[in-house]
Design a protein around this ligand. Structure first.
Ligand code: PLP
Length: 357
């Protein structure tokens, strides 16, 4: 039986995308951390990414990392969002490595790791201008001075995250700064930093085009693996599938209707007031999926079908598809994230191509 709405997750295409990126980045001395938050740490996807050659898996949610069950995986699991003080026990239990920016958190991680007889590895995130997480570069020495004496904490490396909060582009300058901070810490404290993680999918064009990647030896990739696109301009990356994950919904009403609403017009359910042009009678089909399930603005409908509107439970298309038929959409990151998170959407894993509209 078909389940609608559903996400079709093509593991073969995901494997291809991940392997292409792993191989291209290996030529630059860069390893790939597969970032699984968009697929909620899905076991099938984790296994696929490992098969494709990622050397670690990263997720922003400790709940996902718990599901991923690190003891059974051949690669380390990294919590890539700074841990909540209230979740540190779980962090020590489930993640081998975590990204950190707060000394108070790191001290607690040390205390809990010692109590549990574990070594917890940390990567210090450095602020390089995007103004999301990160220690200001001038404060790095002081925090490392405190960390290196903490029991049961291993400083594995440093990292940065760009192109998220402010859209700052990873370039030679900010990546060279991360490299020189790594050198500086090693010189100052006579330590070795094995993991220098430059950023996310937005770092790919820098990595592919730069001659010398410096000390950067890791990138964390989600979006480029799942959607095959470069987040800097959302263009497809050559050689990658952009349809590894698609969303399918079912038509529940199909009727010719006027293109103009009638009656007094106020705001719509979600506050947007449409400006409409009278095009006479048009074909309108309604899908049983809505804003509770996904981000309608992030959907790409099939060619020649236009999205007319959406509400919490409906997406309205200009088309005359028969009742019960299915429509397949491409997704952007936001639409994919919400669809993966919706309990109303079935997740179907494919390892071959299927053909629907
Ligand atoms: C989500 C995330 C990533 C992956 O980003 P993509 O754009 O999906 O590649 C990497 N690092 C951190 C810290 C993240 O939160």
């Amino acid at each position: 039986m078909r389940n609608a709405p559903r996400l079709e997750i093509d593991l073969k295409k995901i494997e291809h995308n991940a392997r292409m990126l792993v191989e291209r980045l290996a030529l630059k001395g860069i390893s790939v951390t597969g970032v699984t938050k968009a697929v909620l740490g899905s076991t099938e996807v984790c296994e696929t990414l490992i098969k494709a050659g990622v050397t670690s898996l990263g997720d922003s949610r400790i709940e996902n990392i718990k599901e991923m069950c690190g003891e059974h995986l051949p690669v380390p699991l990294i919590l890539i969002r700074s841990p909540m003080l209230s979740q540190l026990e779980q962090v020590v239990d489930w993640a081998r490595i975590s990204f950190n920016t707060e000394i108070k958190v790191i001290e607690q991680l040390s205390y809990l790791s010692e109590r549990n007889n574990k070594i917890h590895e940390i990567v210090l995130m450095v602020e390089l201008g995007d103004l999301r997480e990160g220690i200001m570069p001038k404060d790095l020495i002081n925090i490392v001075r405190k960390i290196i004496h903490l029991p049961n904490i291993h400083l594995k490396g440093i990292g940065s995250n760009l192109a998220c909060n402010s859209g700052v582009i990873p370039d030679d300058k900010n990546m060279a700064e991360l490299s020189s901070l790594a050198d500086m810490l090693e010189d100052t404290f006579k330590i070795k930093l094995e993991f220098i993680s430059g950023g996310n999918s937005a770092n790919l064009s820098w990595a592919f085009n730069v001659k010398d990647t410096g000390r950067i030896n890791n990138i964390r990739i989600g979006e480029a693996i799942f959607l095959g696109c470069d987040p800097l301009d959302r263009k497809d990356i050559e050689g990658l599938h952009s349809d590894a994950i698609t969303l399918i919904a079912e038509v529940i009403e199909s009727k010719p209707k006027p293109s103009m609403p009638w009656g007094g017009i106020a705001q719509t359910a979600f506050g947007i007031k449409h400006s409409l042009i009278d095009r006479g009678i048009i074909s309108q089909s309604i899908l049983a999926i809505g804003l509770q399930d996904t981000d309608a603005e992030g959907l790409t409908p099939p060619v020649n079908i236009q999205i007319l509107g959406s509400s919490s439970d409906h997406i309205i298309l200009e088309t005359d598809l028969p009742l019960g038929s299915e429509v397949k959409f491409g997704l952007n990151y936001s639409a994919m994230l919400r669809a993966m998170t919706s309990p109303f959407i079935t997740k179907e894993y494919l390892s071959h191509d299927t053909k629907i509209l």
